[in-house]
Design a protein around this ligand. Structure first.
Ligand SMILES: C[S@@+](CC[C@H](N)C(=O)[O-])C[C@H]1O[C@@H](n2cnc3c(N)ncnc32)[C@H](O)[C@@H]1O
Length: 239
């Protein structure tokens, strides 16, 4: 990510609807009894803060990101490139949100195999990833998205790594159309500024988007969405 984006992430991740809805969905998939949790590519640390009741830890390859983690009082974080990370089986949950899609990821499939290796039996991996190449825009340049995924593609890679799929869906269905509109708007008006989409919005707009995403999260208790969305969200298990 551009260095300036870490401060933006730190400033937004506590209250901005996008982060709040994602973190609530992730936490809803974690068994309260899970002991050891890893956030692989933890960014500026909000999720680790929320998981502090567990034995949670995280790594990131950005010193800026880790500085923000430390400013939150998180000492369970370390500097690590995910491309070279490996661990013996010791985690009950591994979370990796929007990391293996980054430019600079050498081979995401070998990272999935390393996740598998690092999990205890019955352990779960939770992934969130950007979806659909057609949604690629200036935002992706600012946060260094190298690959946007299709649901079946990542499901197949996870199965090849040995995982059993527990839950797999596209999410942020309405945002798919908003982003598509924004992308063509950027093209037509030749907007080339490389900056993420994160920007201050009025509180009521934030509350409205949060509500729509909470409704979507609630619907995921009953059905998944195999069709469209701006992200893919997957929970897989090592059986
Ligand atoms: C879009 S941010 C997501 C951060 C966090 N997972 C979240 O959901 O808020 C992507 C994060 O992945 C980290 N990252 C990208 N490539 C990495 C790599 N090769 N090794 C470790 N971390 C990496 C970036 O530094 C950044 O913090």
């Amino acid at each position: 990510m551009l260095p300036s984006e870490y401060k933006i992430m730190h400033d937004f991740e506590t209250n901005y609807w996008w982060y709040v809805a994602l973190h609530e969905l992730i936490i809803s998939k974690i068994n309260k009894k899970s002991q050891k949790i890893l956030d692989a590519g933890c960014g500026t640390g909000r999720l680790l803060e929320l998981l502090s009741k567990h034995q949670s830890e995280g790594f990131d390859f950005s010193e800026e990101a880790l500085e923000f983690c430390k400013s939150k009082g998180l000492n369970n974080v370390w500097l690590q490139d995910i491309n070279t990370w490996q661990s013996e089986p010791k985690y009950d949950v591994i979370i990796s949100a929007d990391v293996i899609c980054s430019t600079g990821i050498d081979d995401y499939k070998s990272i999935l195999k390393n996740f598998y290796q690092a999990l205890n039996l019955d352990g779960i991996l939770i992934l969130n990833l950007p979806a659909f190449e057609i949604l690629r825009r200036n935002h992706d340049k600012a946060v260094f998205v190298g690959k946007r995924f299709r649901l079946n593609e990542i499901k197949n890679s996870l199965k090849d790594s040995g995982f059993t799929i527990k839950f797999a869906t596209y999410r942020l269905f309405p945002l798919f159309f908003v982003i598509l509109f924004e992308k063509f708007h950027q093209k037509i008006f030749r907007k080339t500024e490389v900056k993420s989409d994160l920007r201050s919005i009025p509180k009521f707009v934030n509350a409205f988007f949060l509500l729509t995403n909470r409704i979507e999260n609630f619907i995921f208790r009953f059905v998944n969405n195999p069709f469209l969305g701006s992200s893919v969200f997957i929970v897989v298990e090592k059986i």
